[in-house]
Design a protein around this ligand. Structure first.
Ligand SMILES: [Mg+2]
Length: 189
């Protein structure tokens, strides 16, 4: 079998809605208005303090209702095509305690077993580029500015999944903006 090109795909806010759901949760539960831009810059201090943010995040995650209901529709639509043409590595910075659930949820949503889900905290450098280099992945799709800057500076082509918090990032040699998953597929082809 011909070797497929490897691609790395982030989870939160690239294929699964996270900030929006977390903002809704905080508003409903605590009547606190959070802002996605602020979350993207300093998530763990977004709810007053680090301890408090962690506690609220744990509630949000434990209840699961919002957290595990939103794989982007356009991703589901192109997933078969993507899988046929590319070797897919999901790459996330989610914490250890979420592993079992992340796997179960994604496999149910995407109708597959044994998805290739990787956790950057398993590696000494804890960066997406470290994992990509190790596995020979030259393309990463991500929404988070630090990841985009870090990986593109190491020579990885980064598809910036368009979100309000990453619009300051300009296109460049290794930076390509995409507004949805149909466009990712088109540009990959
Ligand atoms: Mg993300």
């Amino acid at each position: 079998m011909k070797n497929k090109i490897k691609i790395g795909i982030d989870l939160d806010d690239t294929i699964v809605s996270f900030y929006k759901e977390f903002i809704n949760f905080c508003k409903e539960r605590y009547e606190v208005e959070l802002d996605a831009l602020a979350l993207s810059k300093d998530f763990f201090n977004s709810f007053g303090s680090k301890e408090k943010t962690k506690r609220v995040l744990k509630e949000f995650v434990d209840e699961g209702k919002h957290y595990e209901s939103n794989v982007f529709k356009d991703f589901k639509k192109v997933f078969n095509d993507l899988e046929r043409k590319f070797q897919i590595y999901f790459i996330t910075s989610r914490s250890y305690d979420l592993r079992g659930r992340t796997k179960k949820f994604l496999e149910a949503e995407l109708g597959r077993e044994n998805l290739n889900i990787n956790y950057i905290h398993d590696y000494p450098e804890k960066t997406k580029s470290f994992f990509c280099k190790k596995e020979g992945i030259n393309i990463l799709i991500d929404d988070h500015i630090p990841n985009i800057i870090e990986a593109s500076s190491k020579g990885i082509k980064v598809f910036v999944f368009d979100q309000p918090w990453n619009r300051d990032i300009k296109e460049g040699e290794n930076i390509i903006r995409v507004k949805n998953w149909e466009e990712v597929l088109e540009k990959l082809n």
